[in-house]
Design a protein around this ligand. Sequence first.
Ligand code: UDX
Length: 470
Amino acid sequence: MTLRISVIGIGYLGAVHAASMAELGHEVIGLDVDRDRVAALQAGHAPFHEPGFDELLQRGLDSGRLRFTSDYAELADADVHFLGLGTPQLADGMGADLGHLRSAIASLTEVLPARGGAPTLVVGKSTVPAGTSRELAATLEQVDGARLMWNPEFLREGFAVQDTLVPDRLVYGVPSGDEQDERVAMLDAVYAPILERGVTRLVMGYEAAELVKASANAFLATKISFINAVAEMCEATGADVTDVSRALGMDDRIGAKFLRAGLGFGGGCLPKDIRAFLASAEDHGVGDALGFLREVDAVNGRRRTRMVALAEETLGGLEGRRITVLGAAFKPDSDDVRDSPALEVASRLRAAGARVTVTDPEALRTAQRRIPGLCTVPDTQDALRDAELVLLLTEWREYRDLDPVATADLVASPRIIDGRAVLDPQAWREAGWEFRALGRPDSEAPEAPQNPGSSEGPVSSDEAITPGRV
Ligand code: UDX
């Protein structure tokens, strides 16, 4: 069944969702108040780097099933409206700003009466504090026929298209009562091709759906900070965190994903979402229950501080020293630099007087927008030339594959700090490098016997990467 769908807010999440819904066969209109963004998407230009998105966008536009607008009046025909608006961090540095969502609901309530009471489903996808759906529903549902559901989005940057079209699960937040079945059936009709692939959908109350998303992100952040806390212990005791992480991850109950130690998490979601979750718990009078998230945040921040300290220690001072930073994006396969650990380290080194050159396959434009005057060099070889110290801060494939012998010829002094624990220390040391890494010892431990069954496969962004000695 083809439905008329709108997606309000066509930032990262909304744009991918709109194009994905067109791919499922629906007629989709994406709306944003940012006219430049609307024009770019309508012209087939993705305003961000996301594998597979350009093709999806173009297919939607070519089919005539996907278009974009800034005018709410054009949304009046839609049967289903998705809310893909951002919930940025408030100026207090903790809570979530619901301003965009509230104003979208206010605009919708002006155009929906034109439907004359026909059933209209509004579906929230943003990450929001528990209680938000109930508040928004109270306003929206004053319009005859309009009903709200909350259907959080779990997509990862770099896998956004795949995560939208083949999600691990679909979560429907909807109050129990007479109309529950009707709303669920309507959203099922939207996702029919996905459900036919066997994806499970879980129906629960508003607050549970909101909490699934907040706790999923909090859990992932906690897992990363846990292994990074262990990395601090490894640094204090001379252990190698990649050994610990690899062995831990083989316990099915723990799992290897999100157990990669390194410079920690960044991006537009995890850092702000754990703070918002904590603020929300405090608002509900149970701040103590989530107090550990403060520690999760602190461990994460300490990795950046440690990296700057290691650089300073390795060079014996930072003033005037030439440092090449490999990576600006908060993670590989993305041009997003929001709360990027790599960029923060680069920025702190600059502030301490170092001459920093940053390179990245995709994120230099966004990095420069964030830090005007930042010295960026697109070509990796050029960026490495004459460096006194190299820092690997975002684990793009091309940096993981660098040849230590050839790279040694480019730099002024062969010194490298691996901030993502992805390089093989032995290979780099044998090529004459002073090799250091977060969470790993400064010299080789005695050779351990190789286990023939422990071959390493290709790495995806959330898999365990275990380079070097096994
Ligand atoms: C995250 C969630 O994964 C996703 O479900 C949610 O919808 C949005 O937030 P994303 O921000 O795209 O997605 O990035 P993710 O792949 O989760 O990585 C987050 C950060 O954690 C990155 O900076 C990454 O480098 C870091 N990370 C990840 C680690 O440091 N170690 C790991 O083992 C995994």
